[in-house]
Design a protein around this ligand. Structure first.
Ligand SMILES: [Zn+2]
Length: 201
């Protein structure tokens, strides 16, 4: 068994996807990180993945390579390190420079920008008009979150690779970025609806 086969045998597709931040539903579907996917269209089988949206497909090594922008050999080394797999072969040291997954990074930047825009709208639209009343939740959220989101966004756009990787880790963990994306989308729709109603009333 060569090292490629050993890795494929040792790391189930789904486990790798979850490890790298995808939220996988019980039926094996997940939002595809390779295209703008709002409803899970990526199917994760035991030993391969296939996207019904963009057609991306392959095995666990292809997946890792594509997600992280690596060569197949580098993806093997990454999987071997991340899943602590003994292949009985001298490991080729994986480059220690921080890695950046271009797809994930793009998604993070887009979602953070949208969220920031929404927070700024809320700040103006729901500012309290008297001192005595409880401020609107959206106003409070904008006060709390705007500096945080600005920081993350600035870090991704202008930070060095170490900082960028640290921020990406925050959003990769447990599929945080996908949750945030859904949240922002939901809130934007609510906001649009609400504003329309207000204008009509
Ligand atoms: Zn896709």
């Amino acid at each position: 068994m060569n090292v490629f086969e050993a890795i494929k045998a040792a790391v189930p597709m789904r486990e790798a996807a979850e490890h790298y931040g995808l939220r996988v539903l019980p039926n094996g579907m997940a939002c595809c990180p390779f295209h703008e996917d709002h409803h899970p269209s990526l199917k994760l089988n035991e030993d391969y993945f296939f996207c019904f949206g963009c057609g991306a497909h392959g095995d666990v090594i292809d997946f890792t390579a594509k997600l992280w922008g690596l060569s197949a050999q580098e993806a093997v080394e990454k999987l071997r390190g991340d899943f602590e797999i003994e292949t009985g072969q001298t490991p080729i040291p994986f480059p220690t420079s921080p890695e950046v997954a271009p797809n994930l990074e793009r998604l993070c930047i887009r979602v953070l920008k949208e969220y920031l825009r929404l927070l700024r709208i809320w700040r103006l639209r729901y500012a309290p008009v008297t001192l005595g009343c409880d401020p609107d939740d959206r106003f409070v959220e904008s006060l709390q979150m705007e500096p945080v989101i600005s920081f993350f966004l600035d870090s991704l756009i202008a930070g060095d690779s170490v900082l960028r990787e640290r921020v990406l880790q925050v959003f990769r963990k447990d599929g945080t970025i996908y949750e945030l994306r859904d949240y922002v989308e939901r809130k934007r729709e609510e906001e649009a609806r609400h504003y329309q109603e207000e204008k009509i009333a």
